[in-house]
Design a protein around this ligand. Structure first.
Ligand SMILES: Cc1cc2nc3c(=O)[nH]c(=O)nc-3n(C[C@H](O)[C@H](O)[C@H](O)COP(=O)(O)O)c2cc1C
Length: 335
């Protein structure tokens, strides 16, 4: 029903401009950051951007979320750290990174030469760690926003993961927001019973936007040797296997908060991305697909533009427009 005025306007436009001239707008504003298109590359799957410069035109990306950065450099876990599963991959890289200071000196100068938006993914093992990383990064120019990875265990609270506890989520988001020179996107963990509780905690504590989902905790075993496939034993599952779970979480979160949402989890095609957008995401990120098809983000952005042209609509007009058979909220009951 809500579509009718738009359809009328688009038909009017069509009669004035001729069918092929309709040029949909797919640029988006999130937390005061303007993205030329709604497709970003996801943290940890696209290095620091430069590694992909010989493969695709980075300026055509909506944004790049760089590998998670901590205040101090980290070596990560011993191998094996990656294992391919039936419809995705398990990883336990262990948040290996160059640290905030080397990031500013060695990685940011290249990112600054690009037209695409640069989002720096940040993490720590205590609230003070997060704040320290942000304070160092604040010195850098050319960063457009921070994405706070709250899927980390808090060493002070006996390893309790920040993103599993609304109180810890609120604490780290409020402290990071206070320290931050740039808009703050909070990246939610899917390893929770009710994602809306964590989403509200992050929003109330000052998050400018939310991104979801991070990886699902999983594991795989080599039956021959009876050993874990990954040295860390458990690992994060990503890729097509998690897409329906991630779409459901974006849908639930969209109904629970007012801040914009960036959706991800198993996106490999424009149709995948549109599922997230219709469920409520204003933008999307491409993760695992970058490993086997680095041009995915560009293809997905083109596909979204084609869809909007075909539907004679602008991207903003389809965000969160899921048509329900009859008004009902999501229920996790399946039978
Ligand atoms: C190898 C690898 C490394 C990752 N590193 C990070 C990271 O440093 N920080 C973070 O917030 N998410 C990290 N992620 C999670 C992704 O950004 C993304 O949330 C997740 O993989 C789901 O999207 P996908 O199914 O498209 O890969 C990583 C994922 C993979 C596969």
């Amino acid at each position: 029903m809500a579509d009718q005025p738009n359809q009328q306007r688009n038909q009017d436009l069509q009669s004035v401009t001729g069918e092929d001239q309709f040029s949909p707008r797919i640029d988006v504003d999130i937390a005061g950051i303007h993205f030329e298109n709604p497709v970003l590359t996801a943290s940890g799957t696209f290095g620091y951007g430069q590694e992909f410069a010989h493969l695709i035109d980075l300026d055509q990306l909506g944004g790049i979320c760089v590998k998670g950065i901590s205040a101090d450099p980290m070596e990560g876990n011993p191998s094996p750290r990656i294992y391919e599963t039936e419809a995705g991959m398990l990883n336990a890289i262990g948040l290996q990174n160059v640290g905030a200071e080397r990031f500013l000196k060695e990685k940011l100068p290249f990112l600054r030469t690009l037209r695409t938006r640069c989002i720096v993914n940040v993490f720590g093992y205590s609230t003070e760690d997060y704040v320290r990383a942000i304070e160092i990064l604040n010195e850098g120019d050319g960063i457009h926003g921070y994405e706070l990875n709250i899927s980390c265990p808090n060493t002070r609270c006996g390893g309790m993961v920040y993103g599993n506890d609304p109180r810890l989520t609120a604490e780290v988001v409020a402290a990071s927001k206070k320290a931050s020179r740039y808009p703050l996107i909070v990246k939610l963990s899917p390893n929770v019973t009710d994602i809306t509780e964590l989403a509200r905690a992050a929003e109330d504590a000052g998050a400018d936007a939310l991104s979801l989902v991070n990886t699902f905790v999983g594991m795989a075993i080599d039956a021959e040797t009876r050993t874990p496939r990954i040295s860390n034993i458990t690992a994060g599952l990503s890729g097509p296997a998690i897409k329906p779970l991630a779409v459901r979480m974006v849908y639930q979160t969209f109904r629970a908060v007012k801040v914009p949402i960036i959706g991800m989890g198993g996106i490999a095609t424009a149709e995948d991305a549109l599922e997230f957008i219709i469920a409520g995401a204003r933008a999307v990120q491409i993760g695992t697909a970058n490993f086997y098809a680095p041009e995915t983000a560009l293809r997905v952005a083109d596909g979204i533009r084609d869809y909007c042209r075909r539907k004679r609509t602008h991207l903003a007009e389809i965000v969160g427009t899921l048509r329900l058979p009859h008004e009902k909220s999501v229920s996790i009951t399946t039978h």
